[in-house]
Design a binder for this molecule. Structure first.
Ligand code: TLP
Length: 384
């Protein structure tokens, strides 16, 4: 009888398997070291977050189908869950926060329509003018207050009367949390007031809620309370929630139908996107409830930075910390960034003398200590 395995080749095979397993485990150790963020303290953004092992696991086993046919069960589940969390009828999984905002604007507005938004809004500054370039939509930027709000009186006076000379005001856009306004969380009361104003003037309200879960955590409210006055809200899975890709746009069934058409037009129909949506579902379950930890780390970082002579720190309410070097400091912005990078710490320069550090899942309390230590030494010009 022939044995099922040739026993003579078994020892070399086992040896090779042994080497292979050793390589794999060494590889895993190195990758874990790099991927868990311990090697580099990357504070440039929460967009840099690697997916967690649970997300990778869910992605590997996700059920998938053709999402353009509406046949991807995991995408459908993510869209259902997202809509439920935002208190809306329907959701649409999109490739990015930028696409979520653009698709929303295309669905709300026609060519020549005007949107009212903040002059510090992500949509106004960082989205490559997509709504104007691709939708013929006219932006009307109003001055953002330091807390991320727009003044009611500014909004009212920006609404156009019906006159053939003017574009038609169609939409008001808010951002919550407000990225460039120190990550400020806009309150439920304020958002309702803007929603009431919009309805009174026959306008729609869109919220760029890229970090709306951070706003909800900081304010101690449910995200749907913040989204309630809005006709549409988009939020990102790929930022503080740690998923690798994607955002969800939520609104009424009819609105999402229009948005789905706009997404297709932009080339955003992603087919077996359940592989990505699976990570998004894990993000909603596991990451949304822990955001207060990032906020605590942000407060700790801000307190430590403000104790360093010559640095000024903007008020912190969520996971974003902005701070400033004094204008007269000998240290240039580029040198500051480079010296931090030399200690494996990455932060972002957002304007002259203004820097941003964003806290996220892969940054722990010791990383904050290490960052404070590094900044202190560099600002005091101590050699490392
Ligand atoms: N913001 C990024 C950069 O683009 C600045 C960051 O690092 O913070 N809305 C808001 C409020 C955002 O902060 C961002 C990304 C987006 C939309 C766009 O999201 P993505 O990058 O997924 O297109």
């Amino acid at each position: 009888m022939t044995p099922p395995v040739n026993l003579r080749i078994l020892p070399p095979v086992l040896l090779k398997a042994g080497y292979f397993l050793t390589y794999i485990s060494a590889y895993q150790t190195v990758m874990a070291f790099i991927l868990d963020g311990k090697e580099i303290i990357d504070l440039r953004s929460d967009t840099v977050t690697q997916p967690t092992p649970a997300m990778r696991e869910a992605m590997a086993h996700a059920a998938a189908g053709d999402d353009v046919y509406g046949e991807d069960p995991t995408v459908n589940e993510l869209e259902r869950k997202a809509a439920e969390l935002m208190g809306k009828q329907a959701g649409l999984f999109v490739a990015s926060g930028t696409m979520g905002n653009l698709v929303a604007l295309l669905a709300h507005c026609g060519r020549g329509d005007e949107i009212i938004l903040g002059d510090q809004a992500h949509t106004f500054i960082y989205e490559a003018g997509g709504s104007a370039a691709l939708g013929g939509i006219h932006p009307r930027p109003l001055r953002n207050q330091a807390d991320g709000t727009l003044l009611m009186e500014d909004i009212v006076s920006a609404i156009r009367p019906d006159n053939i000379h003017f574009p038609r005001t169609r939409l008001i856009c808010l951002e919550n949390t407000h990225n460039r306004c120190a990550g400020a969380a806009l309150s439920v009361e304020y958002t309702h007031a803007v929603g009431d104003l919009a309805r009174k003037h026959g306008l729609k309200l869109h919220i760029d809620g890229a970090r709306i879960f951070n706003a909800a955590a900081a304010l101690g409210v449910k995200p749907q309370e913040l989204a309630a006055p809005a006709d549409s809200v988009s939020f990102c899975l790929s930022k503080a929630l740690c998923a690798p890709v994607g955002s969800v746009l939520c609104g009424s069934r009819a609105f999402i139908g229009e948005a789905r058409r706009a997404r297709k037009m932009l080339g955003g129909g992603m087919r077996q996107a359940g592989i990505l949506a699976a990570a998004g579902l894990v993000a909603l379950e596991t990451m949304a409830p822990r955001l207060h930890e990032d906020h605590a780390h942000a407060k700790k970082l801000a307190a430590g930075l403000s104790a360093i002579p010559n640095l000024t720190v903007e008020p912190v309410s969520t996971n974003i910390v902005y701070f400033h070097l004094p204008p007269e400091a000998a240290l240039t912005d580029a040198a500051f960034i480079a010296r931090l990078a030399g200690r494996n710490i990455k932060i972002m320069a957002v304007a002259q003398r203004r820097f941003r550090a964003v806290l996220h899942y892969w940054i722990n309390s010791e990383d904050v200590d290490a960052t404070l230590d590094a900044v202190k030494n560099i600002v005091n010009d101590r050699k490392d």
